[in-house]
Design a protein around this ligand. Structure first.
Ligand code: 1GP
Length: 248
C-alpha cells in the first residue's frame, strides 16, 4: 500500500481515531494467522504493527508475508531492534526513544537502519517514542536500558512530545509497554494531546474497550493493542474495541 502516513491520517479524520493491532511474530503461527487477520478485518481494524522488543524464535519476514497474504490493510514494522527491517512491509515506525537519553536509541541505530530502509523502499514514519512508567519494569525498558517517564509527571511527557514535534517527527507514541500492569494515564494522554498537533499513539496494557475509548476521549488518535487479542478467547471482543475507538 502506498503512503501509509496519508492513509492513517485519513482514518483519523474520518473515524476520529485509528486502531492498529500489534502482532508479535513469537506469539502467532502461520496456521493461526489467517483466522486472526479475518477477525481483525471484520472488526474494522485499520492496520497491523509487527515486531517485538525481543524475538526468540519468530521470523519477521515470514510473519509479515503471512499477514500480507490475508489482507490489503497496511503492515507497519514496529522494530524492537535493527534486525527488524524487512522489505516485505509497507512502512516502518522510525522510532526515536525520546524518553531516554541513550544516543544509540536516539540516532545510532537509525544511521544503521536508514540505508536499508531506503533500499527496501519502506515508508519511514518518524515517531517520537516515550516509555511511560506502568508498574513493573517492562521488556522495552529493560532492553533499551532507559528509564521511563514517571506516570505522575505528565508535564515532562508533554514537553518531550512538543520537542519531538519541533524536530519534525510525525507521530508521538505513549508506550506503557507490552503487557503493562497499567496503561498510560489518561491525564498524561490529555496533556500531551493538547500540547502537540501531531497524532498521539497510545498503547500498552489496554485490556478493555472502555479504556481504549477513554484514551481516545483524552485525545489519542491511534490505539494499539497486542497481548489481549493474542488469546483466541478474547477475539469476540475485537469489534467492541474497534467500535469504542471509533466512538460508535
Ligand atoms: C503497544 O506494546 C503495546 O504499544 C502493546 O501492548 O500488548 O499490552 O496491548 P499490549
Amino acid at each position: 500500500m502506498a503512503n501509509i502516513d496519508a492513509y492513517l491520517k485519513e482514518k483519523i479524520a474520518s473515524s476520529g481515531a485509528a486502531y492498529l493491532i500489534l502482532i508479535d511474530p513469537d506469539k502467532i503461527t502461520s496456521e493461526e494467522t489467517p483466522a486472526f487477520i479475518q477477525d481483525c478485518e471484520e472488526a474494522g481494524v485499520d492496520g497491523f504493527l509487527i515486531g517485538g522488543s525481543l524475538m526468540m524464535h519468530g521470523d519477521l519476514d515470514k510473519a509479515i508475508s503471512d499477514v500480507k497474504e490475508c489482507t490489503k490493510l497496511p503492515v507497519i514494522i514496529f522494530p524492537g531492534s535493527i534486525n527488524q527491517v524487512s522489505a516485505k512491509a509497507d512502512a516502518i515506525l522510525f522510532i526515536s526513544l525520546i524518553s531516554g537519553r541513550n544516543p544509540e536509541h536516539l540516532i545510532g541505530k537509525h544511521v544503521m537502519a536508514a540505508p536499508l530502509i531506503k533500499r527496501y523502499g519502506l515508508e519511514p514514519l518518524p515517531t517520537g517514542y516515550m516509555l511511560i512508567e506502568s508498574g513493573a519494569k517492562t521488556t522495552a525498558e529493560y532492553i533499551s536500558g532507559s528509564s521511563p517517564i514517571p506516570r505522575n509527571k505528565p508535564e515532562i511527557a508533554a514537553a518531550t512530545a512538543l520537542a519531538a514535534q519541533f524536530m519534525g517527527m510525525k507521530y508521538v507514541y505513549l508506550e506503557a509497554g507490552s503487557g503493562a500492569e497499567r496503561p498510560v494515564p489518561f491525564e498524561m494522554v490529555k496533556l500531551v494531546s493538547e500540547m502537540v498537533d501531531i497524532p498521539v499513539i497510545a498503547g500498552g496494557g489496554i485490556r478493555d474497550a472502555e479504556t481504549a475509548a477513554e484514551m481516545v476521549r483524552s485525545g489519542a488518535k491511534i490505539i494499539v493493542t497486542g497481548n489481549y487479542f493474542e488469546s483466541p478467547e478474547n477475539r469476540p471482543r475485537l469489534k467492541e474495541f474497534s467500535r469504542a475507538i471509533k466512538g460508535k
